[in-house]
Design a protein around this ligand. Sequence first.
Ligand code: NAI
Ligand code: SF4
Length: 441
Amino acid sequence: MSKKLLLKNAHIEGIRYFETYRKHGGYEAAEKALKMKPEEILEEVKTSGLRGRGGAGFPTGMKWSFLAKPEGVPRHLVVNADESEPGTFKDRYLMEFLPHLLIEGMLISSYTLGSNTSYIYIRGEYSWIPDILEEAIEEAKAAGFLGKNILGTGFDLEIYVQRGAGAYICGEETALLESLEGRRGNPRLKPPFPAVKGLWERPTVVNNVESIAAVVPIIEIGGAEYAKIGVGRSTGTKLISACGNINKPGVYEIDMTITVEEFIYSDEYCGGIPNGKKLKACIPGGSSVPIVPANLLLKTINGEPRYMNYESLADGGFATGTMMGSGGFIVLDEDQCVVNHTMTLARFYNHESCGQCTPCREGTGWMYKILKKIEKGEGKMEDIDLLWDIQRKIEGNTICPLGDAAAWPVAAAIRHFRDEFEWHVNNPELSQTQNYGIANY
Ligand code: NAI
Ligand code: SF4
């Protein structure tokens, strides 16, 4: 049984509202934190080992300690709620059912960072959630947990919710800041990192929703206790949104010590694959991370069980491993066609590229066109090599990670499922009417 920290009260009716949230211990961590010095809270977060839950896994305490503090210049906390990574919907769950957990986490984090004006930038398609968040903000304000002189400490905090307009690229932190400033969401070159030059050129910390929510249990139980949960550098709990060919899609909180096999097959989590089908592959961290075939998903190259944590999922590098990413866990059964799946992703990245850099703007389009050709049975063997060549020319040559995110799924699909690409080339007529999975199992 996994330990629950974030979702422990998610089942309680009315937990979305201040009164119920408060009755179940809500804002007690904030009360405790506001009696501490900001440096003490920062130490707790560092000790906890919390890593950014948006996808990159960068240590949160370290990011906070990088925040520049020039005299007289305001600082900001911006919560990245632009959750758009295909397969990822865990932040939506948190904001919809536990908005006060996020607000409480923001209060503690803003106090620590010295931000008096903090923002939630939320994905435009989550159209019903801003109202939930704004209602929670009003409730917290009425109870004295937001606004002026919070709990008599002299600390002031206003939180604003900003809706995005549906562009995936605005989840990249600097594109998000551009959009928040009212411009087109084009990523900026880094460095300077937002911690030094962020919103309106002021020092800014951009953190994912789940990372900020996790600050609440860290203060509740202490950083050292939090660090005891999990394993190695994968401390605490992690939310996983599971989807695809599984019996029980949904959002699960895991403590990162369970195996991938247990996560897929146990009734506590995904409940296995429907209709007794075999597991073919999985993309465990949102669409940007490499796909792994079943044999490498359940066991590492050394035959060790693979675990649901940052290190184990990455074991072996991209040749045999993958990444924890955003925790968007997509399962493919034996009937699925990897070429078709990869083509769908390529179309997505091509559509979402902001167009600033040539390798991404042109390369994503080329990859989509070639994949479409191969999938329709109109490709040649050389096209597979051309596809490989294009993805290599994108990776590492762009301003932001969208280029890499578009290249990695293509590279992993060719690396692990080349036979499927070749089947489409060798079976032009069949591939127009059937997908590889159904035709071959
Ligand atoms: P990154 O590794 O460049 O940066 C991680 C964070 O650490 C950033 O906030 C960055 O500002 C900070 N940082 C790194 N080095 C720093 C330094 N020297 N000084 C100050 N701050 C520093 O990764 P990035 O671009 O923020 O995120 C990429 C990840 O986002 C990918 O792994 C992908 O999985 C994930 N992603 C998640 C989505 C979602 O819906 N949750 C959507 C798309 C991508
Ligand atoms: Fe835009 Fe793609 Fe370049 Fe990112 S990599 S800045 S999305 S063109």
